[in-house]
Design a protein around this ligand. Structure first.
Ligand SMILES: Cc1ncc(COP(=O)(O)O)c(C=O)c1O
Length: 390
């Protein structure tokens, strides 16, 4: 068969580190092993019933069988604005300050293509969500990593960014509650970010994917709650985690009108908008009760408590994450993040994600998802204890 060469742009995309891990896991499962998969970020619980039934009804409405308007239905953008007003006290204009997205990932990958020219710098958290790298690569921009270190509560130290990099930077990605570290940010941090962004004319992109998941009574703050945030950036929100809707592919970007305009323009060329029934269901999720989201955060908090206690009892000294549904645990002495993950998979049938897959500063850690029920978490701890390696 004739083989067509891929474009340079595709060849230059970063390697999908976790694809390798996931095929190893699939092999084990196919061979009949009982694998406890704490390595992925796929919510394990179902979408709340009222959202599913709205989709069912909406699927029967012929209006939804047609193309949706390019930028989505007015009601869904109004629902996003109403959600931000209700949950965060933030005012948004549904026409100029909200863009509907096919999930947060789409917006995050599109943004560098919207705002960067080849050679521009994008400031990226390390460790961080690898899809930021994909967008930067497609825009032929250059990544400058911002290490997230434990001694700084996994917040970037902006004073370590060189003057030259700051001057060349067009975008800065941030994400709190954080994947993979489980750290959260406070208002003072966002104030510092905004002062930095203003000085160097950088667009802040705050990825608020885990905005609904905060522990110990701490409600995660939205970037848009900070003063002058809208002047200096956007926030990406997704329904994937808040409402267990990862498979539905719906999210939105909110904030600076010039960025929203650029996103909408690119999206006009890439696709027509989401299935109307998904937009109706999203409206229900955003405007009806928030109880299910709060209850879900409580479930993750109970799982976190169970995990931290059981892993410590098993001999692995770990500390508790403050938000998101991930824990970021140090690997024991003598292991790398990959060699430790391999041992857990091979000898205990427990999957965790090696920290190196999230960037160089992730070495020495593994990411462990809170995406299994408490019995499975206890079972994982008991298998770890039987390894006698701690
Ligand atoms: C940090 C972070 N941002 C964004 C996303 C994208 O979510 P989605 O595309 O489902 O909205 C994820 C998903 O795992 C994530 O972990």
């Amino acid at each position: 068969m004739k083989k067509f060469e891929q474009s340079d742009r595709l060849n230059d995309l970063p390697e999908q580190f976790f694809a390798k891990l996931s095929s190893k896991v699939m092999e084990k499962v196919a061979a009949g092993h009982d694998i406890i998969n704490l390595g992925q970020g796929n919510p394990d619980l179902p979408t709340p019933e009222h959202i599913v039934s709205r989709l069912q009804q909406a699927a029967e409405n012929p209006v939804n069988h047609k193309y949706s308007p390019f930028r989505g239905m007015q009601y869904v953008r109004e629902a996003a604005a109403a959600f931000y007003k209700r949950e965060y006290g933030v005012e948004l204009d549904p026409d100029s300050e909200v863009a509907l997205l096919f999930g947060g990932k789409a917006g995050l990958v599109e943004l560098p293509q919207c705002l960067c020219n080849p050679g521009d710098v994008v400031l990226v958290p390390d460790p961080g969500y690898p899809d930021y790298w994909s967008g930067v690569s497609l825009a032929e921009a250059e990544m400058v990593m911002m290490p997230l270190l434990e001694e700084n509560q996994f917040l970037p130290d902006l004073t370590n960014i060189s003057e030259e990099d700051a001057k060349r930077a067009k975008l800065m990605f941030l994400n709190y509650p954080n994947n993979p570290t489980g750290a959260i940010a406070d208002q003072a941090f966002f104030d510092e970010v905004i002062a930095f962004a203003e000085k160097y004319d950088i667009c802040v992109v705050h990825d608020f994917a885990y905005g609904s998941i905060g522990f110990d009574g701490q409600r995660p703050v939205s970037y848009l709650q900070a003063e002058r945030s809208k002047e200096n950036g956007v926030e990406i929100y997704t329904l994937s985690k808040t409402f267990n809707m990862a498979g539905w592919r719906v999210g939105f970007a909110v904030g600076n009108p010039s960025v929203i305009k650029a996103l909408n323009l690119l999206q006009d060329h890439l696709h027509v908008s989401l299935f109307g029934a998904v937009q109706e269901a999203a409206e229900s999720a955003l405007t009806e009760s928030y109880e299910s989201a709060l209850a879900l955060s409580d479930i993750y908090e109970r799982r976190r408590n169970t995990m931290v206690e059981a892993f410590n009892e098993a001999g692995w000294k770990v500390s508790a994450p403050k938000g998101s549904f991930f824990a970021w645990f140090k690997v024991p002495d003598g292991y790398t993040s990959e060699s430790f993950s391999d041992i857990l998979l091979e000898k205990a049938g427990v999957v965790v994600a090696p920290g190196i897959g999230f960037g160089e500063s992730g070495e020495g850690y593994v990411r462990v998802g809170l995406l299994a029920d408490e019995d499975r978490i206890k079972e994982a701890a008991s298998r770890l204890s039987n390894l006698h390696i701690f």
